[in-house]
Write a protein that binds this ligand. Structure first.
Ligand SMILES: Nc1ncnc2c1ncn2[C@@H]1O[C@H](COP(=O)(O)OP(=O)(O)O)[C@@H](O)[C@H]1O
Ligand SMILES: [Mg+2]
Length: 148
């Protein structure tokens, strides 16, 4: 498999722009796993994906809800935005979200999803967001990963 693509993200607008670009290659049934620490830009990237997919409703940090569904707009594909942080690896709670059903008609983006949701599809787009604590330099790397 090719090496992951990488990009410097100097501003939050750059992170959102990357989300819009990635959205151009996404369709219903695709799973996007966002990895990176608090404040890395996972929600900002999701906002860009939502803009690129042209879904309805504002993307916010799902602090009080685990998953938020955005209905399809112009492109006819919805978005389900999950924050798996609060799931803390609780597989029963993950099952209860019924993301399998969402994947029939939506793109599913999962913050903190690494190691938790990959089994839902046979491949996923893994986006790693890194923020250097000293310099505050931010980068993203992304690649499609196939389950075996
Ligand atoms: N290049 C950048 N990319 C993303 N966020 C940035 C960037 N520069 C500054 N920020 C700020 O960092 C914060 C990222 O927050 P958020 O997207 O909620 O992160 P996460 O969901 O990973 O916890 C926001 O306040 C945003 O404005
Ligand atoms: Mg977030």
């Amino acid at each position: 498999m090719a090496d992951p693509a990488t990009r410097l993200l100097p501003t939050v607008e750059d992170t959102e722009a990357l989300g819009r670009e990635l959205a151009a290659g996404l369709r219903a049934g695709d799973l996007v796993v966002l990895d990176g620490p608090l404040g890395a830009g996972k929600t900002a990237l999701t906002r860009g994906i939502a803009a690129g997919l042209d879904v309805l409703g504002r993307v916010s940090s799902p602090t009080f809800v685990i998953a938020r569904a955005h209905r399809a707009g112009g492109r006819g594909v919805g978005l389900v935005h999950v924050d798996a942080y609060r799931l803390a690896g609780d597989l029963d709670e993950l099952d209860a979200l019924d993301l399998d059903a969402d994947l029939d008609r939506a793109v599913v983006v999962v913050e903190w999803g690494r190691g938790v949701v990959e089994h839902l599809t046979d491949r996923h787009l893994l986006v790693r967001l890194v923020r250097e604590p000293e310099s505050d330099v931010r980068t993203a790397s992304w690649e499609w990963v196939r389950e075996r």
